[in-house]
Design a protein around this ligand. Structure first.
Ligand code: TXA
Ligand code: MG
Length: 312
């Protein structure tokens, strides 16, 4: 479903204006959206996710014309990037506008801004004409939602309404690029990688060291299934000697296990399927999930980042 009927859109805008929470499809993952100017609504997001108050929320805006309402001292670089990549899976960290309450920014003087590339998210934002704070629609530290059904499972009793926008195209969270540092720094890798972004601005872009990153989404355990999960070399899966396990690997392992899912060789498709695959394997309540390591080149960077957080 790619377009909301007028009556549904009207109902959603009314709920948002009342300070209610909405399950919102984006191209990356589903968001738990609320009016970014309404402190009571923002606090509902933190409570629903059981997310600590110092973990800032990304504010979603209709388009680049709204940047100045939320950020100040915006570098020219930001405009070059959004011209090219918005709407899209790129969040920019900028200095926050003085009018913006720090509840939404987790107490920080910076703000994460993004314009999502999903027709329904765009429809809602263009009608709302302001910012929607929307973290991924999952309980704190759990797997992000990539379908409306996942949002229902994760937060069904906490939201006023879930919009069904189908399964998310990208499947993993947006790239977060910090433009408040001397050198633009990726604090959360995503499908838009350093090479691609760097080429667009003709400037060096670096990845943050994990232990110095200021981004709580970069905590070591995140996006995690409940089943203990382990990264393993592809050619080692056959040496596993427990049958009550689940495996996600590129080649079929020649051992008996409870469930095997074939990992896709294409990084885009792998990312698209990743959280859905993890949910499927987690639901089996096996002793463990084994995931074979993808290649370690730039196009798998964001996937490897997520897998390292998922696995011990
Ligand atoms: O793709 C996405 O970005 C999804 C969809 C719904 O847009 N949203 C998402 O939000 O992943 P969330 O809250 O699950 O992750 C946002 C990350 C968090 O790790 C947060 O700490 C970081 O962004 N973040 C947001 N604002 C920040 C700020 N001002 N400074 C540092 N980190 C920030
Ligand atoms: Mg999240």
């Amino acid at each position: 479903m790619n377009k909301l009927a007028d009556s549904e859109l009207e109902k959603i805008i009314t709920l948002l204006k009342q300070g209610q929470l909405i399950g919102l499809p984006t191209e990356t993952v589903y968001g738990l959206a609320a009016d970014a100017n309404n402190i009571t609504a923002i606090n509902k997001i933190f409570a629903a996710k059981t997310r600590p108050q110092n973990h800032p929320l990304i504010v979603h805006i209709p388009d680049q014309h709204y940047l100045r309402e939320w950020a100040y001292d915006i570098p020219e670089l930001a405009y070059t990037l959004v011209e090219k990549f918005w709407p899209g899976p790129l969040t920019l960290l900028l200095k926050k506008h003085t009018d913006i309450n720090t509840v939404v920014t987790g107490g920080k003087q910076t703000i994460g801004l993004r314009s999502p590339d999903h027709p329904i998210a765009q429809q809602v934002l263009q009608a709302f004409k302001s910012g929607l704070a929307a973290p991924s629609a999952n309980r704190f530290c759990r797997i992000s939602s990539t379908t409306a059904g996942d949002v229902k499972t994760e937060l069904g009793n906490k939201v006023a309404y879930i919009i069904d926008g189908g399964s998310c195209d990208v499947g993993i969270e947006s790239t977060i690029l910090d433009l408040t540092q001397q050198t633009p720094t990726i604090v959360r890798p995503g499908i838009l990688d350093a090479e691609t972004l760097s080429a667009a601005i003709n400037e060096n872009i670096i990845y943050a060291e994990h232990d110095i990153a200021q981004t709580p989404g970069n905590m070591q355990t995140h996006y995690a299934p409940l089943t203990p999960s382990h990264l393993i070399e592809e050619n080692k899966t056959s040496s596993l000697n427990n049958n009550n396990i689940a495996i996600l690997s590129f080649e079929k392992p020649d051992i008996v296990c409870k469930k095997w899912l074939k990992a896709n060789n294409n990084p885009q498709q792998y990312a698209h399927d990743l959280y859905h695959n993890l949910r499927t394997l987690d639901e089996l309540n096996c002793d463990a999930i084994y995931i074979s390591k993808p290649p370690s080149n730039e196009s798998w960077h964001a996937i490897l980042d997520r897998l390292k957080r998922i696995c011990t």
